[in-house]
Design a protein. Structure first.
Length: 73
């Protein structure tokens, strides 16, 4: 993966951020460490990796139903 693929060409800011998040998450899922990803993509910062993880967590939360907590009387 190259820096060009990471940032895309002529994409809107939102589209570019989504592409970056997906690439970061795929790299993490493949077993790459945050340090390896940052070394491969020097334009990224540690905050970018954390933002991708937060995005995934928020997306999962939206997709998964939250069970209702029963009221105990």
């Amino acid at each position: 993966m190259s820096e060009t693929n990471l940032h895309g060409n002529n994409e809107s800011g939102t589209s570019s951020r989504l592409r970056r998040s997906r690439i970061l998450l795929a790299s993490l899922a493949a077993g790459d460490s945050a340090e390896e990803i940052l070394a491969d993509f020097p334009s990224l910062k540690p905050e970018d990796v954390q933002a991708a993880i937060a995005f995934a967590a928020a997306s999962a939360e939206e997709d998964l139903p939250v069970p209702e907590i029963p009221h105990i009387q």
